[in-house]
Write a protein of this length. Structure first.
Length: 117
């Protein structure tokens, strides 16, 4: 056994930017036979959480086609049976983030000022 000091983790964990719960249809792939539908379940400037019936592997690179924004390269950083977490190679701009939030329309209490930080 070893002794160590510890400090509780911050409430937002390792996230660089706040995530907003959303429900947006998107596509994985840029066309051809590798294209699959998915549902984005949460969104931040730096990435998304998504659900898909397509198998995804941590470390894989994908093209994620978002409404309004278009195709974005993303890296799979977490993968489960039917869900995954992805980090965008190029973060969304605040205006792109806002446009996606507006499309969803289900967001009532998300702190929009938090995305500016």
């Amino acid at each position: 056994m070893i002794a160590a000091e510890f400090e509780p983790a911050l409430a937002n964990g390792r996230r660089r930017s706040p995530r907003a719960p959303v429900s947006l249809d998107a596509r994985i792939g840029r066309g051809g036979i590798d294209r699959a539908l998915c549902k984005i379940t949460d969104l931040s400037i730096h990435g998304v959480g998504l659900q898909s019936y397509s198998a995804m592997k941590v470390g894989s690179m994908i093209w994620l086609t978002l409404p309004v924004v278009g195709a974005r390269a993303a890296r799979i950083v977490r993968a489960g049976d039917f869900d995954a977490g992805c980090e965008f190679l190029d973060p969304l701009t605040p205006s792109e983030f806002e446009a996606l939030i507006e499309i969803d329309g289900s967001l009532r209490s998300f702190d929009r000022d938090a995305i500016q930080n």
